[in-house]
Design a protein around this ligand. Structure first.
Ligand SMILES: [Zn+2]
Ligand SMILES: [Zn+2]
Length: 960
């Protein structure tokens, strides 16, 4: 079987016959099954993660198509944001934002634009190779003007709902990218990493008390010059201790950090310290009173000294405390993360992590550094450029997600999650702890934030205008920009309605997650176009991406939909953006490590496609691992799937094709009473029920796995035990019954397998299909189960028969007795099959025994009588002879249907007489007759036990 070749042929067939288009067109007028595709970045090559998500999407969508729904599938590409900007910066050798502004935003954005579709063809061809059906021709792009207009509309609706505000706040900030990041970007997997950092204990001199110090701990010495207060816990116990000639104040439970002998002088509550002043390590010019002790409830005694250094510019809690306590705020670091010059701070002009060393050395010299250690702690890095993040104060636009928390939680309850635990676990918990979302980025390549602000500082005018459409922009400015990107949009200004001043756009662009979260509306240019379509297909019935999207796309889709449906804007009230979501795990190498191109610890997908076919990879992804768990991908495991499932299915189908008569016509109804036929039909209908139930609930693993065990039953029991009916039937009727059953089963199986392994299923279907049947398996309706055909009792008994046969065969193998050697009996302990003649006959045939005895006193389940009598030995010999003759037929190049004559020659008289006795059996089994005349075409010496026999065969030519 050359699956890759078959797949290429099927791909061409689909394309030529426009099967995908037909699959949608033929359902016109039927209800929609709505799907949102998470737009990928096409600025890099697709990897296994994309293939996994695409397999899940394709399988579910093919299923619902067969269930009779209209399933439009639009593809989109994510174009904006840091990933693209970083790529271009690297290519152009640019290191800072200053460089970008020097070269010009226009030129920079042009370079970004030209790169976004660089891998679109590779992407598309990989997705198509996996069998993913989608409308690639009408793909949308998030950088399209129409798309941006919808994003503006979403933003304006949020603004009207009172959910947009600007704040000067400390946010996670990438000093290299020069932009704040959202809290969920900082929570992307891998953003936090364990690093070795410094752990420094400092001496803050208490004002007016020589040699008396507050002992303070930090891991960020660069923030010390921005210190304006120390915080203590009011209820925490502190002590003053004497160490040598010096005295220190610290929390009582943290005395161990001193690391040397001490003498406690007195003990008191933190409240007693409030208002005490100290000498700053780096005195700065303050506009308010600072350098004093304040109380804060976040002070803990888990680590440090119980006295917390407060730098309102560089910590979220610090800034809040600073506002509450009216503390001065100093920014000692610039936006590139470098220590400002001219303030007298060591390491000025250097990046903070480098300045750290100079600050420590300076404090050491001044004897203000108590001690220094190393600690390993987790620290956030920029998910795009890998620079350590800072917490930095900036004016940033926020979505007030915290105001929506209740609605977010309630709407999540309506979502069906696979795996289920994400609902209340990872996603639910994330919603409960939701923070306001920083949506502005101080960058260039993105949809511009549509806020214009009055520039009239004299009149202190705070007028802002949020623009929700191009028509509105035209009304205000008289301009119709051809391109909404920076720098063009920045040039559009208009008059302030309040004071007549100039209104200018706030310079930031959108967080690209805001854009991808707007995709349900943006992809159709809603509400400016396609109003009816979008409203009919909102929310999505189904979406699927990696589990990391719980803090990415799943989250932003959910937040924006929840915000938009607070009121009726045409999309319903209080709705999430999706009803069902399937989240897949990661794909790891066999050893559990990440897939790495550098380490070459995996086989690239293209190689797998060419070796085992896309269907094999699809089935591996759908059945090998419970959806949501991580995968361990290896050639061995994929090959195993190929052998066990795909190839077995294929050979079962080949068996049918080989033995079927040319003029075979499928019957309307199955009438066979044969126990194997009744059983496999029951199993099939059971399978339909099982897969349908699983797929209706988006349980793809539970839908895929039963196919494998069914194929095993079909091949290794049904076909195996039915061989004789096909090859040497006792009557035409007997063969026809078996053929009708196998045809019915294979045809239904092709349909059931179609969503999972669309290529093999199509190939099998196309060769089984009769005129008047659908042109493709993917244009068929999903099989209806015939519940009356399901016979659980029979299935249980057949399973028992298979188990017994397997045990008996194992016992034979253990004793070295070939299956060809008949044995007189087998004894069974379990009486379940007593009196079931047909089942017992199947077992007898399978394990080659003459009789089955029931014996409940037996110690084991199955016991073979291994005594080989003279008669049994003789029969074994003859069966061996038959096998050898069949072999000779093959050697002579004869087909199954050719009849032969056989000539036996032996000097062994005893053997000669045995053969004479068994001739009718031998001839029947080998489609032969006794040698009459003609030329022997093949002659072999066949050893039988201690003797041997010469066997000659030749083909009988049919009489004309
Ligand atoms: Zn960065
Ligand atoms: Zn104004």
């Amino acid at each position: 079987m050359n699956l890759p070749e078959i797949e290429q042929k099927i791909l061409k067939f689909w394309e030529k016959k426009k099967i995908f288009e037909k699959s949608i067109r033929q359902r016109k007028g039927r209800p929609f099954f709505s799907f949102y595709d998470g737009p990928p970045f096409a600025s890099g090559e697709p990897h296994y993660g994309h293939i996994l998500a695409t397999t899940i999407k394709d399988t579910v969508l093919r299923y619902w198509t067969m269930r009779g729904y209209q399933v439009p599938r639009r593809v989109g590409w994510d174009c904006h944001g840091l990933p693209v900007e970083n790529l271009i910066e690297k290519e152009l050798g640019i290191k800072t934002k200053r460089d970008i502004e020097k070269m010009g935003i226009e030129k920079f954005n042009k370079a970004c634009r030209s790169s976004v579709f660089r891998y679109v063809n590779v992407f598309q061809s990989v997705l198509e190779r996996v069998g993913r059906w989608a409308d690639y021709k009408n793909a949308y792009a998030t950088m399209d003007k129409d798309y941006t207009e919808s994003v503006w509309w979403v933003f304006k609706k949020l603004h009207e709902a009172g959910l947009i505000y600007q704040d000067f706040r400390v946010t996670p900030y990438c000093p290299r990218c020069g932009t704040p990041l959202s809290n969920f970007e900082v929570n992307q997997p891998g953003a936090y990493r364990d690093i070795e950092d410094q752990s420094v204990y400092l001496k803050f001199p208490i004002k007016g008390e020589a040699d008396n110090f507050f002992l303070v701990w930090t891991t960020t010495p660069w923030t010390l010059p921005a210190n304006t207060a120390l915080a203590v816990g009011e209820e925490i116990s502190y002590v003053k201790v004497k160490v040598g000639n010096e005295k220190f104040i610290l929390a009582k439970t943290l005395l161990a950090v001193l690391g040397q002998e001490y003498e406690i002088e007195n003990e008191f509550q933190g409240g007693a310290l409030i208002g005490r002043e100290y000498e700053p390590l780096y005195p700065m010019k303050l506009d308010k009173l600072g350098y004093k002790v304040v109380a804060a409830d976040f002070v803990s005694v888990e680590d440090g000294t119980g006295i917390v250094h407060i730098a309102p510019s560089f910590g979220e809690e610090d800034m809040e405390l600073g506002r509450a306590e009216n503390l001065p705020q100093i920014v000692t670091v610039d936006q590139e993360g470098k220590v400002k010059t001219g303030l007298g701070i060591p390491g000025e002009g250097k990046f903070v992590k480098i300045a750290d060393e100079e600050i420590k050395a300076d404090l050491k010299k001044r004897k203000l550094l108590y001690k220094e250690e190393k600690i390993v702690h987790s620290y956030p890095f920029c998910w795009r450029c890998d620079t350590p993040l800072l917490y930095y104060p900036l004016n940033t636009w926020y979505v007030a997600v915290t105001k929506l928390k209740n609605e977010l939680v309630v709407n999540n309850k309506k979502i069906h999650w696979v795996p289920e635990h994400l609902k209340d676990g990872r996603f639910g918990k994330w919603l409960e702890g939701a923070r306001d979302w920083a949506v502005s980025r101080n960058r260039y390549w993105g949809a511009p934030i549509p806020i214009w602000q009055c520039q009239n500082k004299d009149k202190k005018c705070d007028e802002i205008k949020v623009v929700g459409s191009l028509a509105e922009l035209y009304k205000l400015s008289g301009k119709k920009p051809a391109d909404l990107h920076r720098p063009y949009i920045d040039k559009i200004t208009f008059k302030c309605e309040k004071c007549g001043g100039e209104m200018k756009r706030t310079p930031e662009v959108f967080d690209c997650w805001f854009e991808s979260g707007s995709m349900p509306y943006g992809q159709w240019h809603y509400p400016f176009e396609n109003k009816k379509l979008v409203e009919e297909t909102f929310p999505a019935d189904f979406i699927a991406e990696g589990v990391d999207q719980t803090r990415g796309w799943f989250y932003t889709l959910h937040v924006l939909a929840t915000a938009l449906t607070l009121r009726d804007v045409g999309l319903g009230i209080n709705s999430s953006a999706f009803r069902n979501v399937v989240a897949n795990g990661l794909i790891l190498a066999e050893d559990g490590k990440k897939l790495s191109k550098r380490l070459r610890n995996f086989t690239p997908p293209e190689v797998i496609f060419e070796k085992y076919g896309a269907d094999t990879l699809r089935y591996f992804l759908l059945a090998s691992t419970q959806i949501g768990e991580d995968y361990y991908v290896s050639d061995r495991r994929i090959e195993d799937i190929w052998r066990r499932t795909i190839s077995t299915l294929w050979h079962t189908y080949l068996f049918f094709q080989t033995y079927i008569d040319k003029n075979f016509k499928p019957a309307r109804n199955l009438k066979s009473k044969n126990i194997l036929d009744r059983w496999i039909v029951s199993r099939l209908n059971h399978l339909i029920l099982e897969i349908t139930d699983a797929m209706d609930n988006y349980q793809l693993t539970d839908g895929a796995r039963p196919l494998d065990s069914f194929i095993d039953d079909l091949s290794n029991w049904y076909v195996r035990r039915s061989r004789r009916r096909f090859q040497k039937p006792e009557s035409e009727k007997e063969k026809n019954e078996a053929a009708q059953t196998l045809y019915y089963v294979l045809l239904a199986l092709a349909k059931l397998a179609a969503p999972f392994i669309p290529f093999v299923s199509e190939e099998i279907y196309l060769s089984l299909k009769k005129s008047k049947m659908a042109e493709s398996v993917h244009l068929c309706d999903w099989p209806e189960p015939d519940k009356k055909a399901v016979n659980k009792n029979l299935e249980e008994k057949m399973a028992q028969a298979r188990t017994i046969a397997a045990q008996a065969l194992a016992e034979r193998a253990g004793s070295g007795i070939k299956v060809r050697q008949p044995l007189s009996s087998v004894s069974l302990k379990n009486p379940l099959l007593k009196g079931q003649k047909e089942l017992l006959d199947l077992i007898k045939d399978e394990i080659n025994v003459k009789e089955i005895i029931f014996d409940e006193t037996l110690k084991q389940e199955v016991k073979l009588d291994k005594k080989i009598t003279k008669d049994l030995k003789e029969e074994g010999m003859m069966r061996e002879l038959v096998r050898q003759i069949q072999d000779m037929r093959r050697q002579a190049g004869l087909t199954r249907k050719d009849r032969i004559q056989i000539k036996f020659t032996t000097k062994d008289k005893k053997l000669g007489s045995i053969i004479a006795k068994w001739e009718p059996f031998i001839f029947r089994e080998t489609l032969a007759q006794k040698f009459q005349e003609g030329k022997i075409s093949l002659e072999n010496d066949i050893p039988l036990e201690e003797s041997k026999i010469k066997v000659g065969i030749n083909k009988i030519h049919p009489v004309k």
